[in-house]
Design a protein around this ligand. Structure first.
Ligand code: AMP
Length: 190
């Protein structure tokens, strides 16, 4: 199995690059943000709870997110591997994921961390809001809060994988193809 963590601030290009990875390696894409949004749309209990955090640019509590992730992994038993997109983004989530994969004799092979400066992120998200219809992309103060939360709570997760020699930092500025090539080089070197 090939299990990858795709990491980076909002607007770094995780969704776009996930599509390339799915196509090339046949992996199951597991985006916690997408799953939350599907639940919000379906007005499920999980969706109603998640919405109260997401609309403010805050993280959904770890326990809720971890349980949701485990159940989606368990629903995809025959997968060749997973791209974890938007998860783990706290150290508690990273520890829970390691423990969960270990129970299933699996592990993460690589964390791909896309790096993009803050001004570029703000511009990309405001532009994305024009087509995505996402309320959390349309408001500059919510965007800044998401980036602040990323810097404070999420960046330490890089250190978690760095300690395990599994961190690949990728320059996230360039054309989509250039960034895809950088990512594939790291995976092919495994
Ligand atoms: P994203 O689509 O990755 O930008 O995520 C949108 C929102 O969903 C985030 O701002 C968080 O509120 C929530 N979210 C996504 N992934 C997680 C996670 N792993 N842990 C907690 N909250 C999350």
């Amino acid at each position: 199995m090939l299990n990858l963590v795709l990491f980076g601030p909002p607007g770094a290009g995780k969704g776009t690059q996930s599509e390339r990875l799915i196509e090339k390696y046949g992996l199951v894409h597991l985006s916690t943000g997408d799953i939350f949004r599907a639940n919000i749309k379906g007005e499920t209990e999980l969706g109603i709870l998640a919405k109260s955090f997401i609309d403010k640019g805050q993280l959904v509590p770890d326990e809720v997110t971890i349980n949701m992730l485990k159940s989606v992994v368990n629903e995809n038993k025959g997968a060749k591997g997973f791209i974890f997109d938007g998860f783990p983004i706290t150290t508690a989530q990273a520890e829970a994921l390691d423990a969960f994969l270990q129970e299933n004799n699996q592990s993460i092979q690589l964390m791909i961390a896309l790096e993009v400066d803050e001004t570029e992120l703000e511009n990309r998200l405001l532009k994305r809001a024009e087509v995505s219809g996402r309320a959390d992309d349309a408001d500059i103060s919510i965007i800044r809060n998401r980036i602040k939360v990323y810097n404070q709570e999420t960046t330490p997760v890089k250190g978690f994988y760095e300690k395990q020699n599994k961190l690949a930092c990728i320059d996230g500025i360039g054309t989509i193809n250039e960034i895809t090539t950088r990512i594939f080089e790291q995976i092919n070197a495994l």
